[in-house]
Design a protein around this ligand. Structure first.
Ligand SMILES: [Zn+2]
Length: 351
């Protein structure tokens, strides 16, 4: 069977549903044709000119990126604008782009889990599992379609309340996780086949074990602060860590790939002796004794998701060539400079 771009979109929809993204975000298939055959996929954090050249040279028709290229909304696509030039080049080269950003941050085995695995932590779980993903749905549709609609709802194991309204309208009321809801909604739209209907969807306070923020894990044996800092720097290929606080016998570790300052308190409450994230502000570095706070860099803490995406896609689509980019898109450099980094910057993708 030919693999099409939309099959890869479906794969991400299972792993990291678009409905779990943050409101401000822009994820999913951003550029391209959903029905285009795909024989090669390039995984990366940022879509830059060098990454596009690499995808074209290696016969990849699809780029799967963590940071959305179109962010915020675009008003025009012109080659005199940096993002416009990139989009123009993608279209000219017939390359599609899927972005999995805050939805991949929130997913099990997403950005923070990949970071925890790279740091060789064990027993990995969500650091903050209070992410609200349950919805209350009130679905109104023509009563004639009730047998098919109720079969579709039963098929995903949801408890549903039913009532009838005037004008032959049936009403289904149920609670569903965003992931289940996405699947169910596409099935219901097929059944409706253009018939008038309405979905009223309200967020509930319930969380799901499948989605959250950050990750919590354990080191294989208690580590001294010095050994732990060496370990983090080596595993993440960091040219310099910034840290505050102090801790000994580090065993329980919290992590969040990218900007995770909002989880510092949660990390302390979890009993972790160390928290590794990025983009930490000066005042946030003041932490109590017994806790080590490490800023290991935005790129460095998110880069592990590139290989994780590559591996997951390669095993799901064995007939497709899936590669990780060889371009370092980190716009931030340190001094003394590390050798071998090809820097390629798009200001819209350094989120
Ligand atoms: Zn990021």
């Amino acid at each position: 069977m030919n693999v099409l771009t939309r099959h890869i979109s479906d794969f991400f929809e299972h792993w990291a549903p678009n409905a779990t993204k943050q409101d401000y975000d822009n994820t999913g298939l951003l550029i391209g044709n959903p029905n285009q055959p795909v024989t090669g996929i390039l995984c990366c954090l940022d879509v830059t000119a060098d990454v596009i050249d690499e995808a074209a040279a290696r016969n990849c028709q699809l780029i799967c990126a963590h940071h959305p290229l179109i962010f915020p909304k675009l008003k025009r696509v012109v080659t005199t604008d940096e993002t416009g030039a990139l989009i123009h080049s993608l279209i000219r080269n017939n390359i599609s782009v899927i972005a999995a950003h805050t939805n991949l941050d929130a997913a099990r085995d997403g950005v923070s889990f990949a970071l925890a695995q790279t740091l060789e932590l064990t027993d990995i779980s969500m650091l903050d599992d209070s992410y609200k993903t349950m919805k209350r749905v009130i679905f109104r549709f023509p009563a004639a379609l009730k047998p098919e609609v109720s079969a579709a709802i039963r098929n995903v194991d949801l408890d549903c309340g039913w009532s009838e309204e005037e004008m032959n309208i049936s009403v289904a009321r149920f609670n569903a996780d965003v992931y289940v809801l996405n699947e169910l909604r596409s099935r219901l739209l097929q059944i409706l086949d253009g018939a008038p209907h309405s979905f009223d969807i309200v967020a509930l306070e319930s969380s799901s074990p499948l989605y959250g923020f950050g990750a919590l894990g354990k080191t294989t044996s208690p580590m001294t602060q010095q050994a732990f800092l060496d370990h983090v720097a080596a595993k993440l290929g960091s040219s310099g860590l910034r840290f505050s606080g102090e801790a000994d016998a580090i065993k329980k570790v919290a992590v969040c790939g990218g900007s995770g300052s909002f989880l510092i308190r949660k990390a302390q409450q979890s009993g972790a002796q160390a928290f590794i994230t990025a983009d930490i502000k000066y005042h946030d570095f003041f932490v109590p004794k017994g806790f080590l706070l490490i800023d290991a860099g935005h790129y460095e803490t998110e880069a592990p998701i590139i290989a994780a995406m590559q591996q997951k896609l390669a095993s799901a689509f064995p007939d497709v060539q899936v590669i990780s980019t060889s371009v370092c898109t980190n716009p931030m450099q340190g001094w003394p400079a590390k050798s071998g980094n090809t820097v390629s910057v798009n200001p819209h993708t350094t989120l």
